[in-house]
Design a protein around this ligand. Sequence first.
Ligand code: FPP
Ligand code: MG
Length: 304
Amino acid sequence: MRTSHPEKSVSFNSYLEQQRNRIEAQLQRLVPEESEKPAAVHRAMRYSLFAGGKRIRPIFCTEAARLLSQETNPDMESIACSLEMIHTYSLIHDDLPALDNDDYRRGKLTCHKVFGEANAILAGDALLTLAFHVLATLPHTPAEVRAALVAELARAAGTVDGMIGGQVVDLEAPNGPTTPETLEYIHRAKTGALFRAAVLLGAIGERADGKQLEAISRFGANAGLAFQIMDDVLDVESSRESLGKTTGKDLLQKKATYPAFYGVERSKQMAQECVAKASEALEPFGERSGLLKQLAQFLVSRKA
Ligand code: FPP
Ligand code: MG
């Protein structure tokens, strides 16, 4: 059975909600029940995975797939869920005392605050592991495509220009990066790489050709950078109530941020410029790329 295209007439917000519900339901199916032994780790995994995330990366993934095919691979929702697992693992670990030492995330106590550090570390490890298990065992996807999906996600989550690499360089610059190039590297690697992987996984799952992959990669990288620039802006401009996590910390910790380097207004402009570059990359796809472009715009107009 192939999955059909969502209703085009629904408003953007109800489209987002509909997509979120689909991802939520698939995550529920993929993650072991809380009652499954050993319950402690499953409880911690589920606590963070179902803490109210926006599911942006999975939505980017499924929408990139729809760019290539009206009826997408029936495994596409599972492919999309692997991204949310990696994302949630990174948040759990990022909040640990050894890294950002945060007590709140998505308006709730962080994983280690509720379950203790050891369980939070293991829950993060478990989500990371589960993501690759899901991709490696996709029931409707040929082995060579599964291997390509695993490789792309591993690259994005890894050390060379990937999420861990960005995080390490971020940690190495305790007083903020010394150059704009380092700042851009951190943001592209720490956050942009997973956005790029999100759309690439959707495209790989639909067997996109080299040119299509290149365009979609450019879209994802620029949208991801725009997202992280706005994340920095929101840290300065929002309250803890609206963001669900401690705000103003970047400044206190002299973190690597765009507002610190360029000021808030210029940062917003730069995020918008990245969205324009992202949209431009999709021109070869014509009208079909409307929703992905809207999603990229959503990244910079969001309030949380
Ligand atoms: C918020 O996403 C997340 C970010 C802005 C990414 C920051 C990068 C890291 C935490 C990388 C850490 C890496 C390691 C290896 C520890 P979001 O607004 O989509 O969050 P949501 O899911 O709550 O909506
Ligand atoms: Mg951090």
